[in-house]
Each structure stands twice: as structure tokens, then as C-alpha cells.
Design a protein around this ligand. Sequence first.
Ligand SMILES: [Zn+2]
Length: 355
Amino acid sequence: MPVSAIIHGEHVSRFTHYASRMLLSASMPQINKDAPYLIGIDIGGTKLAVVVADRHGQVIQKVRRPTEAMRGPDAVVRMLCEMSRDVMALASVSTEEVAGIGVSCGGPLDTSTGIVYSPPNLPDWEAVPLKAWLEEELQLAAYIENDANAGALAEWLFGAGRGYQTLVYMTMSTGIGGGLILDGRLFRGPGDVAGEVGHMTIVADGPKCGCGKYGCLEALCSGPSIARRARELLQTEPASFMLKLTDGNSDLVTAKTVMDAARQDDPAALRIVNETARYMAIGLGNIVNILNPQIIIIGTILVKAHDLLLAPIRDYLRRETWERVYDMVQIVPAELGDAVGDLAAIAVIQQKLAG
Ligand SMILES: [Zn+2]
């Protein structure tokens, strides 16, 4: 291959990445393993949170602000730096007392370079060098992780996954994401993409998913997907209690409407719940057979509707798995609830201190 081909396109950007990293690493702040405090930054599409916590994950101070993503990445990162200084002042903690910064942010992103690549909730963040900007501005070592992986670390270190070595964490809300802890380590894959459990195909030629594929778990069992299946069923079930709950307007049916009506023994809602459990079990069965996890921790919808979903999921799961792996795995709701965002960011830095 001629040299000109090598230094063009992707090759040149990779080369400059590595070169700039080597230059930066010489002068960039290092993690301070003896320091008693941690900073966690949770970057959501609508809200930003910065917390100071101790080494046990106990949050001491927190500052929140709207993301205002439309102002662009420079403004948002500047705001995060201000918030970090504010929260340290509120907690009376100096830079020297902070071990480093953990950041939980929507992916795709590159954990080794610390660059964020246009997450769906931050559309203008095209190749934002988040780690480098934070480190330069705050003079603290920073580590970034996608929010699902950071959530997996949080449930593992501080929540339902404490003490386990092999676990799968799944978010189940507007989308379905996931993170894998395998043999005591977060498994990211070489492109930081591993754990995308929401996009395994459950129904060939099923409903279209936001990712472009058809029949993904997310296209069947996310909150909006559960609501969509319910609305489709309501076209032939006009007497359903779901319509009573929404004053006859099927457009207002949400996953919560389905669960509320199912608790009143509404047959149509129970059918949607049963179907949701079956699709979830097919997905979980694939995961269980491939990874042999000790525990699968599922957030939001399973937390709110475990009384309805957990038993049928387990029943269907038995059909989808081999007995030996079925007997080994627990399926549980996530424990951290609304605290998961703060603790996810803290878990990112906590894990670096342990490693
Ligand atoms: Zn998909």
C-alpha cells in the first residue's frame, strides 16, 4: 500500500488521535489514588448533574442544571466545569482531595480517547474531546463511559449486583440498553459497543426499531413499544379498561396505562403484559445461554411492574434456557432507582481506583 493511501482518510485520523494522546498524556493530570473524594458527572439529554461523593459512593453534594444541548458542546462543557467547581465549594473539598472524575454520557463514545461521537440525545456532539477538555479545565483525571455501562458498574458496585462476578444490567424505559460485567470486569468490546442487548432480533420482520432493524427487543418491550402494541390491540378491544383510564383516547395509552389496567385484571392489558414477558424471556434466554450470568438486573419498567412481569418472565425463560444455566441465574429489578445517574458516574471513577 502506498504511503499516500495510509496517511489518508481513517488512517490519518487514527494516527493523529494516538499522537495527540501521547502528547497529552505527558502533561495531563493523573488519578490520585490516595484522595478521599470522587466527582461524578452525569450528562443526560435534558439534565446535567455533578456530584461529590466519598470512596464508599456516599453522595455529599450535588448540583443540577438543564443541559441546554442546543447551545453546543463548548457551552455545555463550560457549564459542567462551573458546576464541578460549585459542587466542590459546597462540599468544602479541594482539587487535591479529589481522586478523579467519572463521567456517564450517552454513546457512541470512545473510552480510551475520551471522545464523544454524536449521541442521539446530544446531536451536535460530533467528536467532542470531553475527557481532554475536562482534564485541562479542572486539572483532574477524567474517565468517560456510556450510560448503560456506567449503570452496570453502579448496580454492580452499589446496587443489586454487589458481590457477583458475572452480571448483565439492562435498562428498560424509552429504550433498552445494557452493560456486561463478565468475570469481574466491565466488558466493552474493542469499539465500546458490547452489551447492546436491546437490539437483538426477537421477531423476524417484526416492528421497525429506531436503530433501523426490524423486530429488535427494544421495538417490542421499551415503554413506547409496549404502548404501541397496546394501541394496536385496542383497535379490536374497545371495551378495555385501558381506554377508560385515558378517557377513550388511545393516543394517551402508555406502558403505565397497560400496567395499571392489568392490575385491574383487564384482559387486553394482561395480554400485552404476557406478550411483553414472553419477548423479554426470549431475549433474556439468548443472553443467559451465551453468557451464563449469575444475575440479570433490569431497570425502570421492571422496577415499576415487577409484580406483573417477573413471574411470567421466569416461566417463559425456563423454556428458553438449559436447566443448568436457568437454575444459576436470578432476574431482579434494579436497586438504585433515581440515584442510578449519580452513582453511575461515581462508579466509573470508583472502578478505575480499584483497577
Ligand atoms: Zn434495534
